[in-house]
Design a protein around this ligand. Sequence first.
Ligand SMILES: O=P(O)(O)OC[C@H]1O[C@H](OP(=O)(O)OP(=O)(O)O)[C@H](O)[C@@H]1O
Ligand SMILES: Nc1nc2[nH]cnc2c(=O)[nH]1
Length: 174
Amino acid sequence: MLQIHDLSFVPFITSTEIEEAIAKVAQQINKDYTHKTPLFLGVLNGAYAFTAALTKKITGNCEVEFTKLKSYAGTTSTGNIQNLIGVGNLKGKDVIVVEDIVDTGNTISEIVKILEAEEVASYRIATLCYKPEAYKKSYKIDYIGLEIPNKFIVGYGLDYDGLGRNLPEIYQLK
Ligand SMILES: O=P(O)(O)OC[C@H]1O[C@H](OP(=O)(O)OP(=O)(O)O)[C@H](O)[C@@H]1O
Ligand SMILES: Nc1nc2[nH]cnc2c(=O)[nH]1
C-alpha cells in the first residue's frame, strides 16, 4: 500500500505493463507516420514521463514540444483550465498531442481549440491512460495505451497534490 498525504493507494499497473502499452502505441504511430515528421506535443506536467518514453521508440524523424495546462486540484477536475505555457508556432505541423491521462476530456477539448486556432496540418491524440466512463467529449482518442476504470490514479507522471509523479508504476485510490 502507498500513502500520499491523506490518501491510500494500492498497486494497479506494473511498470512492465506500462512499457508494453507504450511499445504498442509507438508501433501504431510508427506505422501511421512513415512518410511524415510528426510533432509530439506533450502536456505538462503529467505527460513528461510518457512523452520521453514514447518518443524514444519513434523510429523516423520527429519534433518534440511541450505545453502546460492545469485543471486538477486534489483528485477532482476544477473544469477551469489554465494555460500556463503556450504552444510555439505549430502552423502546418502534423501534431500528436501526448497526454498521461484523458479523464473528463476537458483538457483535450482546450488543446483542440488551441490546435485549430494554430492552423495545424493535422492532429491526433495519444494518451497513456483513458477513462471511458468519465469521458464527456466526442473527440476521437487515436492512440490509447491503457483503458482504466473511473478511479483516481497516481504514478508515472500522474500526481496527487504534487506527489507521486516519480513512481515507476501506477497506483489506484483504495
Ligand atoms: O481529461 P481531464 O479531466 O481534463 O484530465 C486530464 C488532465 O488532468 C491531468 O492534468 P492536471 O490538470 O492534473 O495537471 P498536471 O498534468 O500538471 O498534473 C492530466 O495530466 C491531464 O492533462
Ligand atoms: N493524478 C491524476 N490526475 C488526473 N487527472 C485526471 N484524472 C486523473 C487521475 O486519475 N489521476
